[in-house]
Design a protein around this ligand. Structure first.
Ligand code: 4NP
Length: 160
């Protein structure tokens, strides 16, 4: 079982969208059973809430439903998950500051892809609907490549 945690600031826009899209790509590949996927925020202001209405609306437009309820990152997450995948440099600082011994598990979500390495996923929260659509498109492409990559890596590991 490969355990993947997507992390952003509030856990109501980017990381629940990343979680939903990653699950969607796993399902299409018939690999959902090999993965455990979740998301969380470095901040706890929105804990318990549904994803931002604008993010949910954008997802619905593309036929996807975000069911996640926001939660803050917790002490056990770095032990539980194999990959802690953050959206931007501030998330990276916040997570590596809090969990100094688990830095090797933490990376920008884009750094596990060939095509998007080094890119950040911009925070759409204070912008307009166009920003939400752009984040959807970017995360769709990033998580598709990420799913291909991790499925491939995992199947090689289980052969050896
Ligand atoms: P997210 O977006 O980190 O992609 O979920 C944000 C959500 C809420 C806030 C900031 C960013 N906020 O300031 O409440």
């Amino acid at each position: 079982m490969v355990k993947v945690l997507f992390i952003c600031l509030g856990n109501i826009c980017r990381s629940p969208m990343a979680e939903t899209l990653f699950n969607h790509h796993l399902e299409k590949a018939g690999k959902s059973a090999d993965f455990m996927v979740d998301s969380c925020g470095t901040g706890g202001w929105h804990a318990g809430e549904k994803a931002d209405q604008r993010m949910r609306q954008t997802a619905e437009k593309h036929g996807l439903s975000i069911t996640h309820r926001a939660r803050q990152i917790q002490d056990t997450d770095p032990e539980t998950f194999d990959y802690l995948l953050v959206m931007d440099q501030q998330n990276l600082i916040d997570v590596t500051d809090r969990f100094v011994n688990t830095q090797k598990k933490v990376s920008l979500v884009t750094d596990l892809t060939q095509s998007f390495r080094g890119k950040i996923i911009p925070d759409p929260y204070f912008g307009d609907m166009r920003g939400f659509e752009e984040v959807f498109q970017l995360l769709n492409n990033v998580t598709r490549e990420l799913a291909d990559q991790l499925i491939h890596q995992h199947s090689k590991q289980s052969e050896s």
